[in-house]
Design a protein around this ligand. Structure first.
Ligand code: ATP
Length: 379
């Protein structure tokens, strides 16, 4: 029997709210995702105290992971032909089947561990033929959603904003996913190190994030776990979206159910039941807030409090730090963090927004806020 991984509908009950700090692995995304960046040190201490309690099973299995993937090849109401579905859902796509002929170790030399998620380890590896370095993610087959993660990565691979899947090796117990190596680290680590971003810098990274979200939506995929922990940096300030472990196929007009995501980034409608690809817009709005302000918009001392804030807190864009942020930037965050899903803007509309494509109308206010932040005179 397959185990349930991130996203099992069965876990949407009251247990979902029991766990406050689900994991103490500070290298993982959870602690940072749930709380403000400023709270990081405080949480570090609490995590230390909590160490020894039930670790991984409590979090993604109860909260983040929630919609189960259909077993590979099984039919599912969530896998319908729809927009952008360039291939039918299946197991392993031909393009990445080459690895099946050989074993992984015939073709690659395994190096050091470079990342660890709750459901897989990521290693450095080097091609024996070309000498090129890659990242290799090992996914144990027992996990129900593993097949879906592989399939969705194959479906999306090729876009400059998606981590390219180079090869898939299917072994009896696991899949080895050979991916392009993103050596710039995670956006979250840069955010923690550097604090809030200038509007110009935030706009640069945010635009790339939105381009890849729009691509996913056009391809009929909802990522469901947009957060800076899943944004990997590459050279020249470019980024790649990673970790499609919670991603789901969706067709036009279809809705998903099941609690999935990371608490601080989760959209209110996810907590209520039915939702669509617009959840990624909400999460990207939380990310934009974090980039501009240096903290998360919806916080609390418990998971319940965070959810309560997501459902009810009215953000005030007129006081405090927002004073130094341009009106177009504030407006964009507000339009993304709109609880009324039909009023929330789409990825396309976000990309057409004037803030990150400075137009005549708001260029001036952007320059003013850059000036206020930097102390340098505007150009
Ligand atoms: N292509 C890559 N290049 C470089 N590092 C990577 C790559 N893919 C993943 N990593 C590293 O490995 C970590 C874990 O990867 P990933 O998020 O895919 O695993 P996961 O088990 O699905 O994680 P999570 O616990 O967030 O669900 C990432 O945070 C990152 O540090």
């Amino acid at each position: 029997m397959r185990k349930k991984r991130k996203g099992s509908e069965a876990d949407t009950g009251e247990n979902a709210q029991e766990e406050v700090i689900p994991t103490c692995d500070l290298k993982s995304s959870n602690v940072r995702s749930h709380y403000s960046l400023e709270d990081y040190n405080r949480l570090k201490k609490r995590c230390k105290e909590d160490r020894g309690r039930e670790p991984v099973t409590s979090f993604k299995s109860r909260l983040a992971g929630i919609a189960t993937a259909p077993p590979c090849g099984a039919s599912s109401s969530l896998v319908l032909p729809g927009r952008g579905l360039k291939r039918k859902i299946g197991c392993i796509d031909v393009a990445t089947q080459t690895g099946r002929k050989n074993k992984f170790e015939d073709d690659y030399i395994l190096g050091d561990a470079i990342g660890r998620g709750k459901f897989g380890s990521v290693w450095l590896c080097r091609s024996k033929v070309t000498g090129v370095e890659f990242a290799c993610k090992t996914l144990q087959k027992g996990e129900e959603t593993v097949h879906r993660e592989v399939e969705i990565m194959q479906h999306l691979s090729g876009h400059p904003g998606v981590v390219t899947l180079h090869a898939v090796y299917e072994e009896s117990e696991c899949f080895q996913l050979v991916m392009e190596l993103c050596s710039g680290g995670r956006l979250i680590d840069q955010m923690v190190d550097e604090g809030r971003y200038s509007e110009q810098r935030a706009a640069n990274i945010f635009k790339d994030v939105m381009l890849v979200i729009k691509y996913c939506h056009d391809m009929g995929v909802v990522h469901r776990d947009i957060k800076p922990e899943n944004i990997l940096l590459v050279s020249l300030g470019k980024m790649k979206l990673a970790d499609f472990g919670l991603a789901m196929r969706i067709s036009n007009g279809q809705t998903l159910s099941g609690l999935a995501g990371s608490p601080a980034y989760v959209a209110p409608e996810v907590l209520l039941g039915n939702y669509s690809e617009k959840v990624d817009i909400w999460s990207a709005g939380v990310l934009l807030h974090a980039l501009l302000v240096g903290g998360l918009p919806f916080q609390g001392d418990s998971l319940e409090a965070v959810f309560e804030a997501i459902k009810n807190v009215k953000l005030d864009f007129h006081t405090g730090i927002w004073d130094s942020i341009s009106k177009p930037a504030r407006d964009l965050v507000a339009r993304m963090l709109t609880r009324d899903v039909s009023a929330r803007i789409t990825a396309d509309e976000v990309l057409r927004d004037c803030w990150h494509v400075p137009c005549q109308r708001n260029l001036h206010s952007l320059l003013i806020s850059e000036y206020l932040l930097s102390g340098l005179p505007p150009l």
